[in-house]
Design a protein around this ligand. Structure first.
Ligand code: HEC
Ligand code: HEC
Length: 300
């Protein structure tokens, strides 16, 4: 058997297991997460966290808001065409509806803001942080601060943390900032990995793939329908850890399915390949990192 054949088989198996995971969790919920530690302000373990299930939203007083927020995060491009300037949804990057450690989860988000952001050298509240993703990751326009949509997205994020007491957080990382800098990126090798492990879904030219309704099933990785150069994902230090732990899709589902696992070097190489491809500009980039040097992996 040649390698190409094996990867196609693994890919089909991976997609099938992802489909099964969706089917087995009706109401398009994310697969249940394992128990995670809850820690207090001193870092002591004080309990256990499991992401709540979508079907339990109905017992919440503000159920309508939470469900609207969940839909907006899942179907952003379709529901908010005036605010989204590409083919992405929030949850194209915030994996498993923001419930997955190392997949840019929203689990601790509500408690972590306001927060100092090095990129703006300022303390940002959650509304500003979300609008940062609208302007950069979604290459679009910010939502009005007091809109029903902004409120609903935050209601969903607050619901994920509903069982945490003030000062508590779940002991997880949003991204594994493994020392990307200790690897020498090889984009030529990255291109090969891209063809073998990514192109079947994201397209040979990074263009992604649409379903029969014109919605993306596999999001674009570069070009006009992708995130702009101001997005976190355009930086190697963000893209490589994301790719390592979340791609190819289905990689984390247990054996015998989804066994293709990238090494850190693989993730660095493939990310060095796709992050520098042409993508929309971000004119407000001139306001980033005011008074401090831009980090070495910024595109500007
Ligand atoms: C192209 C990928 C991408 C898309 C699309 C995207 N984000 Fe993000 N987002 C990121 C990355 C990367 C981070 C930084 C994660 C980190 O380092 O913790 C982030 C961070 C965030 C944070 C801060 C999380 C925290 O706890 O610190 C919020 C909130 C957020 N995004 C909301 C959104 C919303 C809402 C949308 C849709 C309007 C969106 N994002 C779209 C990639 C994306
Ligand atoms: C089986 C199909 C599949 C394969 C193979 C795959 N992806 Fe993805 N990828 C997805 C889907 C689907 C999403 C959106 C997340 C979701 O819906 O859960 C995504 C999201 C992403 C994102 C964030 C969204 C965006 O468009 O920027 C990046 C970056 C990414 N993939 C990179 C890669 C890389 C690099 C590889 C190869 C190592 C890869 N993917 C392989 C299906 C796949």
């Amino acid at each position: 058997m040649n390698k190409g054949f094996i990867s196609v088989v693994l890919l089909i198996a991976g997609s099938a297991s992802a489909a099964w995971a969706m089917y087995s969790n009706s109401f398009y919920d994310a697969p249940p997460t394992p128990a995670l530690e809850v820690v207090n302000a001193d870092g002591e373990v004080v309990g256990e966290y499991r992401a709540p299930l979508a079907r339990d939203i109905l017992s919440e007083e503000n159920a309508e808001d939470i469900i609207y927020g969940m839909r907006l995060l899942n179907e952003t491009s379709r529901l908010l065409p005036d605010n989204v300037g590409n083919g992405l949804n929030c949850n194209s990057c915030h994996m498993a509806q923001g419930k997955r450690p190392l997949g840019a989860p929203y689990i601790n988000t509500v408690g972590d803001y306001p927060k100092f952001m090095p990129r703006s050298q300022a303390v940002l509240d959650l509304t500003q942080r979300i609008n940062g993703c609208f302007r950069r990751s979604m290459n679009g326009e910010p939502l009005p601060d007091d809109s029903a949509e902004m409120h609903a997205m935050q209601a969903y994020m607050a619901w994920l943390a509903k069982d945490l007491e003030p000062g508590q957080r779940v002991n997880i990382e949003n991204m594994d900032y493994f020392k990307v800098g200790q690897y020498t990126p090889d984009p030529v090798r990255g291109e090969r990995i891209y063809s073998q492990q990514c192109a079947a879904c994201h397209g040979q030219n990074g263009e992604g793939m649409k379903d029969q309704f014109g919605d993306y099933i596999f999001p674009a990785l570069w070009g006009d329908e992708s995130f702009n150069i101001g997005a976190g994902m355009a930086r190697l230090s963000r893209a490589a850890p994301f790719v390592k732990h979340n791609m190819p899709l289905g990689v984390s589902l247990h054996a015998p399915l989804g066994q293709i696992e990238l090494s850190e070097q693989d993730a660095v190489d493939v990310s060095a390949y796709f992050t520098v491809k042409p993508r929309p500009d971000f004119p407000d980039k001139i306001f980033d990192w005011p008074g401090v040097p831009n980090p070495p992996d910024s595109r500007y």
